[in-house]
Design a protein around this ligand. Structure first.
Ligand code: PMT
Length: 407
């Protein structure tokens, strides 16, 4: 696989197809993006269905094509808010002049414009239209407005058009469009930095067959590892036992217990510029690990007493180093979220802490979503509910702003 395209692996791309002769190219684009490992879901505008059938794109994307905003069946299966949250990127290709005008003026009168309004993830448009249309002041002013609001403009290309004209307005060649899409995931915000991330749970042995642990799935830590890689960092991922697939380019160190994690963190600290503690580390471990399986009802006992001792506080030990890496913690709380998180920020001498409510089963442990408050000494930002991937990209941006003292 082309290295420049590695960033498309496991990406969730919501492809918006609007009405225009280039709509048929959405079929090839879908295949190319999938070839690079991206997962594709498709929204078509009604006019796009005049140029290519939803069935074709459904067969290629292996997912139902979404057409309507107010269809109760599709809304109950995956509604417009779910689609917006699902996506790592919304790519509108081809984007017609009409669609760009509606996006620029904030319309929400069909599924695609509404999903764009509801999205927290980046949005990119690949315009395709006749050269005279592209040159019109209204179209130019719309594209500039969209770019000024953070929408990525991919193309258009220059060349012979379907109508016989020659000029700017062609949909970017599919190969170039795939590369440009891939480049959107590579921000360069952490280029040259080595980031160490702890992820997942730890397991604390009781006897050869039992342990105590917690509900951490590793999703948040692995998403951060991916976001840091995409931002150009070298990433060391110290992971407790999880079912997650590590990103290709990560330096993975698998561990089991908190002590194990602590030792591995310490041994790689000299090469670390940024430390992010996402792991749900067990605060205590059984004082004695039995050599043999503890038998039930030995001597008629109905209860079992275990004595626990404190584990090392991995992140606090990192933050004690002089010089210390830029140190970011997570706070898993069930009440007084912000107060408790701020206390941890101060007591553990962290640079940033990300507070999440782990009592809410829709977010936090094992969910694909999270809702957080990011806190530092003199400030905070509330992050609404979003995918752990989208949150990770925002955390990376905030870390890079802190390193550059621009926040
Ligand atoms: O893995 P997921 O299912 O995606 O869930 C994500 C998450 C809920 C685990 C994650 O978002 C999260 O909140 N991680 C921190 C879990 C935690 O242990 O929080 P804490 O408030 O107990 O600890 C505060 C900080 O100290 C954390 O950065 C933690 O990694 C660190 N710590 C805690 C104890 C310890 N002995 N050593 C540590 O380094």
């Amino acid at each position: 696989m082309n290295n420049a395209l590695l960033t498309l692996r496991n990406r969730r791309i919501l492809l918006g197809v609007t009405g225009g002769i280039a709509a048929y190219k959405a079929a090839e684009l879908t295949r190319r993006l999938q070839d690079q490992g991206a997962e594709i879901r498709i929204i078509m505008t009604r006019s796009a269905t005049e140029f290519i059938t939803p069935l074709t794109l459904q067969a290629l994307s292996r997912n139902p094509v979404h057409l309507d905003l107010l269809n109760p069946d599709t809304e109950s299966a995956m509604g417009h808010i779910d689609l917006a949250r699902w996506a790592d990127l919304i790519l509108i290709a081809p984007a017609s002049a009409n669609f760009m005008a509606r996006l620029a003026s904030g319309h929400g009168d069909d599924l695609l414009t509404t999903v764009c309004l509801a999205a927290e993830c980046p949005v990119a448009v690949a315009p395709a239209m006749n050269q005279a249309m592209w040159a019109k002041p209204a179209v130019q002013s719309n594209q500039k407005l969209l770019v000024s609001r953070g929408v990525h403009l991919l193309g258009p290309d220059h060349g012979i058009q379907a109508c016989g004209d020659t000029g700017a307005g062609r949909l970017l060649d599919i190969e170039k469009l795939t590369l440009a899409t891939s480049a959107l995931f590579d921000s360069g915000e952490l280029t040259g930095q080595t980031v160490m991330i702890t992820a997942g749970p730890t397991r604390e042995a009781i006897d050869p067959v039992r342990y105590i642990s917690n509900h951490s799935s590793g999703k948040q830590g692995y998403a951060l590892a991916e976001a840091a890689l995409d931002a150009g960092a070298r990433v060391i991922l110290i992971s407790g036992p999880t079912q997650q697939t590590p990103p290709d380019r990560v330096d993975l160190v698998s561990v089991v217990s908190a002590q194990d994690m602590h030792e591995n963190v310490q041994s790689r600290l000299a090469e670390t510029d940024i430390f992010i503690g996402v792991a749900a580390v067990a605060d205590y471990r059984p004082k004695l690990v039995q050599n043999q399986k503890i038998k039930k009802n030995t001597h008629g006992q109905r209860t079992l007493m275990l004595e626990f001792v404190e584990n090392p506080d991995i992140i606090a030990e990192v933050a004690k180093r002089d010089p210390k890496p830029f140190t970011v913690g997570f706070a898993a709380e069930t009440e007084h979220i912000e107060d408790y998180a701020r206390k941890k920020l101060t007591e553990k001498k962290l640079d940033l802490i990300i507070a999440n409510n782990v009592a809410d089963t829709d977010i936090g442990f094992n969910s694909d979503l999270n809702e957080t408050t990011i806190l530092w000494e003199n400030g905070k930002i509330d992050m609404p509910t979003m995918s752990k991937k989208a949150l990770s990209q925002k955390i990376v941006t905030i870390i890079s702003q802190h390193l550059k003292h621009t926040i």
